[in-house]
Design a protein around this ligand. Structure first.
Ligand code: HEM
Length: 440
């Protein structure tokens, strides 16, 4: 097996346009690929090595310097970026929001967003709709309702637009930073990003300050209240306004775009695989008969769940994550040195020729028996202590929204409109997911 280190495979410009270009073809056939571009880096596509980095030796692999550098201006004081004891107390503080019981309590918010989405799709008649845009609206509604249950006087449309523009522009350098390549993000992009970020921070500060003086009526389910009232058990201190704001923005950023992507890629795949689309429609109709899905319906929608799982295998919304080695280690027989960047390309792991049969094909039944799949071969939410805190929340939300849509509509691809998977911070369908809609 040729396991020699490789250089940077595609040009920096290609990578800036689409970070997926950084993953070399051979990553699909090797457990580890290493290279040097200023800094030593290793791409990991092996479940055992993933386990070592994310679980067994997790203390040696904090979030990468590149992740920290890129996220610092936006959410630098949030739990997404924090490490050690500082991370632990913040994670514990918000854990009650994501307990199974509270996720159940939050499900009416998901059903309501599904209803609004179905109503909007219905008005399209038989015209083509950009389902990526539509799913972004639906998941933004969910996360903003979960974050602020009260009426905080926030212009949600403005916040949503600012967020989209920020993600479009500000986040471009991440993967280039990971491999320590020069970043040529045009200056005007950075200026737009800075402007949007300033607006988002000001909005968040306004909501936080209002909430500090006037708590919301519904303490149990409001994320902002939990954050405002959380205390570090070791020092007994609460979060500073900076920490509150950065965590608030983290939840909105991490919780909205990712779930929207899982849903829009799922609709794209279903539209292009009519046999699976019919099966999804059949299941949704049998259980829902045209109504909106609720939490109690989830166990009766196993195929819709498999569609979501298989979609995130092919198009993991967070397609590449990274870590930095604190000390030397040996991974897949290769020497890792202190300071090396560990690139975890979930996109390549999920399509590895060594792990999957027909890796590029959409086959939802693979997930009929999830226990048959190696725990660290499929990690759209990663795994170990830094696993996505919103994983179950996101799955429930995605199944509720997808089932509510499939009991009402059938989709067809639009000729000439094939979205290209483009990775910025997340794996987006460039050009949108344009599909024609018809009632079932
Ligand atoms: C399909 C949807 C989602 C996907 C694929 C996803 C994926 C991920 C991944 C891969 C990470 C780890 C990143 C890293 O370690 O570098 C992560 C972390 C995180 N996610 Fe998600 N996520 C999703 C939805 C959500 C939702 C709905 C929320 C909140 C409502 C959320 C909040 C977070 C937070 C706060 C972290 C940081 C956790 C920590 O560091 O302790 N995510 N997510």
């Amino acid at each position: 097996m040729n396991n020699k280190p490789v250089g940077l495979l595609k040009s920096v410009r290609a990578v800036q346009k689409n970070a997926l270009a950084v993953i070399p073809e051979i990553a699909l056939q090797q457990p580890i690929v290493s290279g040097v571009t200023g800094r030593r880096w290793h791409m990991i596509m092996d479940p055992g090595a993933m386990r070592q980095i994310l679980l067994d030796n997790v203390g040696n692999y904090p979030k990468s310097l590149a992740t920290r550098n890129v996220l610092l201006p936006a959410i630098g004081r949030s739990m997404f970026v924090a490490e050690g004891a500082h991370w632990r107390w913040q994670r514990r503080a918000v854990a009650p929001v994501f307990s199974p019981r509270n996720i159940r309590n939050l499900s009416p918010i998901m059903s309501q967003a599904a209803r609004h989405s179905v109503d909007r799709i219905a008005t399209a008649g038989r015209a083509a709709v950009d389902l990526h845009d539509e799913m972004a609206k639906a998941t933004f509604e969910v996360i903003s309702d979960v974050t602020f249950t009260g009426n905080d006087g926030l212009d949600r449309d403005m916040v949503h637009r600012a967020l989209e523009r920020y993600l479009d522009t500000g986040a471009k350098m991440t993967v280039l930073d990971m491999i320590n390549a020069p970043t040529w993000v045009p200056r005007y992009h950075r200026a737009i990003a800075a402007h949007e970020l300033k607006y988002l921070k000001a909005q968040a500060d306004r909501v936080i300050n209002a909430r500090k003086t006037e708590p919301s009526a519904d303490m149990a389910s409001d994320l902002l209240d939990l954050l405002v009232h959380s205390k570090d058990p070791e020092t007994d201190r609460g979060m500073t306004t900076d920490e509150l704001r950065d965590n608030l923005l983290t939840f909105i950023l991490a919780g909205h775009e990712t779930t929207a992507l899982a849903l829009s890629w799922a609709l794209y795949l279903l539209a292009n695989h009519p046999q699976y689309q019919e099966r999804a429609i059949e299941e949704a109709k049998a259980q829902l008969n045209g109504r909106i899905a609720e939490e109690a319906d989830l166990p009766q929608l196993p195929f819709i769940r498999q569609v979501i799982d298989e979609t995130m295998r092919l198009y993991p919304p967070a397609a590449i994550v990274s870590r930095t080695a604190l000390e030397g280690d040996v991974i897949c027989g290769r020497q890792i040195r202190k300071g090396d960047t560990m690139i975890l390309p979930l996109y390549a792991l999920h399509r590895s020729r060594l792990l999957w049969q027909d890796p590029d094909l959409f086959i939802p039944e693979r997930f009929e028996n999830p226990k048959s799949i190696d725990r660290f071969a499929y990690i759209p939410f990663i795994d170990g202590p830094r696993v996505c805190i919103g994983a179950q929340f996101a799955i429930n939300e995605a199944v509720i929204i997808l089932a509510s849509i499939m009991t009402r509509f059938r989709f067809r691809p639009v000729a000439g409109k094939v979205p290209e998977p483009v990775m910025v911070l997340t794996l987006r369908p460039e050009g949108g997911v344009w599909l024609t809609v018809a009632p079932v």
